[in-house]
Design a protein around this ligand. Structure first.
Ligand SMILES: Nc1ncnc2c1ncn2[C@@H]1O[C@H](COP(=O)(O)OP(=O)(O)OP(=O)(O)O)[C@@H](O)[C@H]1O
Length: 433
């Protein structure tokens, strides 16, 4: 056995029971949960294909103003069933090693010491809480399945959709994308955005757990329900506008607004699929990145720059999808035709049976000049007026939902503390809720 590789029989037997062990948590997440010098956790390195994994001891050290490099990541070597960071001293278990450095106040390297461990966060779920049932679809990382999640203490069970990812089948970059999507979803809480419950990263496959939205993807729903009234369709568009207004308010860019990336259930449309989402209001796409051409704004086709107005263009295309029963935009054209035609000024016509104000709105969403496009709040305001639908108190709804979730999760966390040693960190309400 080589130095660094983790013997499979030792993986689950010991360390998984420790509250300071965080499974396959990537370093980007580590930085967000360590906030005091000397705080530490143990995790498994993201596997590079073909290479063995290692346990990593991550410690916040010499932190100055959110310095990303303030976290030291020590590889825990393993050789002949002995764990060590420095070759001069080795241990039978990682727990013994942690106790040696922490209790003995012994420096690991360059003054770095262990002060206190950080326990798992409320969004770090256990696989045993989740029961996978029927397959819902195929996602970019693997299967998406319906299932249930059981909050142990309160005995409450919720229906969930689980995106699964097999780390052994994905490369390091794909695991990072999977976890980045979860990181984005953690910051969101709105009735028109799919609800995120957490990730389970202690075993494989990795799970990203969200609410189960009963009718699935909006495009499929529209295809199966051609008799929807014009009023209903405009109400659906209003709900997407509310969700987009919230996302832009973060500020974030969704970058993949389309009917296939919205879900429909219990009378609500929810924006989903945050794989391309970025923080901020502008984003320069890297060259040669695959892009959903049919939903892409004219300036983004030309310059690969995304802004909130790029999302608004995509929203304009989504309006077309909603009025056309989930059909593929630009019927009969290849993606190359679309890029060429759109660049020369072609636009799909607005739906002739939609109210005039809505026709004008959808046309404005795909205006050549991004400044001539409406903002998401403006779209929402216009559609509220057209439909007469009352604007809910989103902040109050989100707060109530976050509190309920926290209560259920806190109970689950307390349950862990019966079984696990180590400090218990108070769970915090997700930012933005
Ligand atoms: N929360 C959910 N509730 C109900 N169904 C869902 C949910 N999430 C996903 N699905 C179903 O699973 C399918 C695949 O999911 P999704 O498209 O989100 O995967 P993905 O990994 O984001 O894939 P891609 O990036 O290729 O779109 C969807 O089309 C939808 O039918």
């Amino acid at each position: 056995m080589s130095v660094n590789s983790v013997p499979s029989n030792l993986i689950s037997a010991t360390i998984e029971k420790e509250s300071f062990y965080h499974g396959l948590m990537p370093r980007e997440d580590v930085r967000l949960i360590l906030d005091k010098n000397g705080q530490f956790l143990v995790r498994m390195s993201e596997p590079k294909q073909g290479e063995p994994r290692s346990y990593i001891l991550s410690v916040l050290y010499n932190n100055k103003l959110d310095d990303f490099n303030a976290v030291k990541h020590f590889v825990i070597n393993c050789q002949q069933r002995k764990y060590f960071i420095n070759t001069n001293v080795s241990f039978s278990t990682i727990q013994d090693m942690i106790a040696y450095y922490q209790k003995g106040n012994i420096e690991i390297q360059d003054g770095c010491k262990l002060v206190s461990s950080v326990s798992r966060q409320f969004w770090e779920l256990d696989h045993e809480m989740i029961t996978i049932q029927a397959k819902l679809g195929e996602g970019a990382f693997g299967e998406v399945a319906a299932g249930t999640m059981n909050f142990k203490r309160r005995g409450k069970t919720v229906k969930v959709a689980v995106k699964q990812a097999k780390a052994e089948k994905l490369d390091k970059e794909q695991i990072k994308c999977f976890m980045a999507e979860a990181r984005t979803m953690r910051k969101l809480g709105h009735q028109n955005v799919v609800k995120f419950y957490g990730v389970a990263v202690m075993q494989e496959p990795l799970y990203l757990v969200m609410e189960l939205v009963s009718n699935g993807a909006l495009d499929s729903y529209l295809k199966k329900n051609e008799d929807l009234s014009m009023e209903k369709r405009i109400e659906m568009l209003l709900q997407v506008a509310w969700g987009l207004e919230y996302i832009h308010g973060k500020p974030m860019l969704h970058r993949d607004i389309a009917a296939r990336n919205c879900l429909y259930g219990d009378g609500k449309v929810k924006i989903s699929d945050f794989g391309l989402t970025r923080n901020g209001t502008f984003y320069q796409v890297k060259p040669n990145t695959k892009a959903p051409i049919r939903w892409l704004a004219v300036e983004t086709i030309k310059t690969m720059i995304c802004s909130q107005k790029t999302d608004i263009w995509s929203y304009g295309i989504l309006c077309w999808e909603v009025f056309n029963n989930g059909a593929e935009p630009y019927p009969g054209m290849t993606p190359a035709d679309v890029a060429q035609q759109v660049s020369s000024g072609y636009r799909m016509p607005p739906h002739p049976l939609a109210p005039l104000e809505v026709q004008t709105l959808t046309t404005r969403c795909c205006a050549e000049n991004p400044n001539d496009r409406p903002t998401a709040p403006e779209v929402a305001q216009i559609l509220q007026r057209v439909t007469g639908v009352h604007r809910p108190n989103f902040a109050a709804i989100a707060k109530k939902e976050a509190e309920e979730l926290l209560l259920m999760n806190t109970a689950t966390m307390k349950n862990y503390s019966h079984r696990r040693k180590g400090t218990q960190r108070k769970p915090c309400v997700p930012r933005g809720m």
